[in-house]
Design a protein around this ligand. Structure first.
Ligand code: CAO
Length: 545
């Protein structure tokens, strides 16, 4: 059995390219043309194949080494008696190519008008996938600026522009398959005189790989780096083509894999470790995480919780199973997200509405004929607008690290409907009187119960009130309706003995529960808000102040 030194073949006009991956180790049995190492220039990564089959006896390169044509990669004990494909001969297999790209050559003189950019000669690759698009319509493109990256099984390469100009139309998108000569883009060309010499220089090196002879599986050459592999643009993960292919086959989202290779490069081991972690439940893909807490049937895995208990209820007695309605499913997913994502705190308080209730009753008597019944909720809405104006952070929303203060006061109210909870919104409550708010509320509540609310009637709220006053209860902890930052829960008012400094007097007390987002509001502000709200409800004339 002969010991064969496998050398780096002609890899185009690359010199001193870094070894960034070792794909085999001593003791491995390799086939002819199996990839042995990955090397990388500043624009392309390529795998160097074995010129012979056999068992790896010795590695002659290590990660980080610089290699060039003729460098010995490893020593193989050739399988069988067949003469190996001699390493030096490999060089002959590679035809570093021809200078002229297939793309239309620009004229040396300055011209303008639409210019078609085609895929140049990229060797004998067929149907290579577009995996990155670097430009968009409107961009000003320089000659040789990379437009897209394409990828075969073994190599990724950037396709440069043969012309300068403004990109009018992009004819490909990520995922498309392209071939030599395909139209990539249309430029509104303003080809300057400087273009000509650049265009005459090589923009792609074609690789001919005769079947019997191992050849580097791809060479891509572009000048003027648009991005270095060490710093991938547009979030493209840093990985060799074979690793990308491997990840694609497994359905692994490469952008979520942490690379432990050289310069943070993602290796096969990284992809395998990620897959194992996901399969064992120790990690989760972003897609899984997004699904689990949002779905009402989420099992908690996204939060690292133990699975939801699965119980065969029929074992314990008769059961009936009913699918939840659409509204319940949608509101369930929203409530779950809001409950989990908002650090919410609830302050409970009581306020004296004795006088306000008397006023409400007398108002309703006076307005009996109008058909509009004034409810406590309408007063609460008006009182809340006053409190929101005094404490504007309660009328805000978080937008990243910024707080958006809204100079409008649209109040949502929770309505119990046969189909589930809905939140109609009364707009511009600061500009409306209690009678108008009452009329709109009763109309919106009816629409909600009849399932006739339009999307515009359920959006844009800046604060929400959830009233269980007509039903009962003392306090509860409402869930904030994101992206709002607070919600007021109201329960049933009851007559209670209240100490006035001299004696206990019967007063009608309304229980309030204010839930607030602790990222935006602090406890003292919440207590002040409730206290101010109580003052207004205790003496509604304060609304006018
Ligand atoms: N204390 C004591 N009584 C109250 C009260 C309170 N805080 N609020 C209302 N009431 C009384 C009303 O005066 C009315 O009594 P009369 O019939 O004698 O006049 C009765 O309760 C019924 O009121 P209502 O419910 O018809 O009117 P409303 O304005 O209070 O509420 C609406 C309207 C749409 C909010 C309500 O019908 C509703 O759907 N509430 C449920 C909201 C809900 O589900 N919240 C929970 C969300 S979290 O799951």
């Amino acid at each position: 059995m002969a010991l064969i030194e496998v050398q780096v073949p002609d890899i185009g006009d690359f010199d001193e390219v870094a070894v960034i991956e070792l794909l085999v180790k001593v003791g491995d049995t390799v086939k002819a043309e199996q990839s042995l190492i990955t090397v990388e220039s500043d624009k392309a990564s390529m795998e160097i194949p074995s010129s012979t089959a056999g068992v790896v006896k010795e590695m002659r390169v290590a990660l980080g080494d610089k290699v060039k044509q003729g460098s010995v990669v490893l020593v193989v004990e050739a399988a069988g008696a067949a003469a190996p494909v001699a390493a030096p001969a490999v060089a002959a297999a590679v035809v570093a190519a021809a200078p002229a790209p297939v793309a239309a050559a620009p004229a040396a003189a300055a011209t303008s008008g639409p210019v078609n950019i085609h895929v140049p000669d990229i060797g004998d690759f067929k149907d290579v996938a577009v995996i990155e698009v670097f430009v968009k319509p409107g961009d000003t493109i320089k000659v040789e600026q990379s437009l897209i990256t394409v990828e075969s099984d073994k190599a990724s390469m950037e396709i440069p522009s043969s012309h300068a100009g403004v990109l009018k139309e992009l004819k490909v998108k990520v995922g498309d398959k392209v071939n030599i000569g395909d139209l990539l883009a249309v430029l509104e060309g303003t080809v300057s005189a400087t273009v000509a010499p650049v265009a005459a220089a090589p923009v792609a090196a074609a690789v001919a790989a005769p079947a019997a002879v191992a050849a580097p599986t791809a060479v891509a050459v572009v000048a003027a780096p648009a991005h270095a592999p060490g710093a991938p643009t547009l979030g493209l993960p840093h990985a060799s083509p074979s690793v990308r292919k491997f990840a694609r086959e497994l359905g692994v989202p490469l952008e979520e894999v942490k690379g432990n290779g050289l310069k943070g490069r993602i290796t096969v081991d990284d992809v395998q470790a990620f897959t194992k972690a996901v399969m064992s439940g120790a990690a989760q893909t972003k897609a899984q995480a997004a699904k689990a807490p949002a779905a009402s049937g989420g099992d908690g895995a996204g939060l690292g919780l133990i699975p939801w208990p699965k119980v065969d209820f029929a074992k314990f007695g008769p059961i009936e199973r009913k699918e939840m309605g659409r509204i319940k499913k949608i509101s369930g997913a929203n409530l779950l997200r809001n409950a989990i994502m908002i650090p919410a705190v609830t302050n409970h308080d009581d306020c004296d509405i004795t006088d306000l209730e008397a006023f409400r009753v007398s108002t309703n008597k006076e307005n009996e004929k109008s058909g509009v019944k004034v409810t406590m909720l309408a007063f609460l809405i008006k009182a809340c607008v006053a409190a929101l104006k005094k404490y504007p952070e309660f009328n805000s929303s978080l937008d990243g690290d910024a707080l958006v203060y809204k100079n409008y006061w649209h109040i949502g109210f929770a309505a119990d409907t046969p189909n589930g909870l809905m939140v109609p919104v009364i707009r511009d409550c600061d500009k409306k009187g209690v009678l108008q708010i009452s009329a709109e509320m009763s109309e919106l509540a009816k629409k909600a119960r009849d399932g006739k609310l339009g999307p515009a009637e359920m959006t844009g709220a800046t604060f929400t009130i959830s009233s269980l006053g007509g039903i009962g209860g003392k306090y509860f902890t409402p869930i904030i309706n994101a992206p709002e930052v607070a919600i007021l829960g109201v329960c049933k008012s009851t007559m209670e003995p209240v100490w006035n400094g001299k004696e206990f007097v019967p007063r009608l007390m309304l229980p309030l529960s204010l839930t607030w987002d602790h990222r935006v509001i602090d406890g003292a502000a919440a207590a002040r808000f409730n206290a101010y709200l109580g003052q207004i409800l205790g003496d509604f004339r304060r609304v006018l102040l």
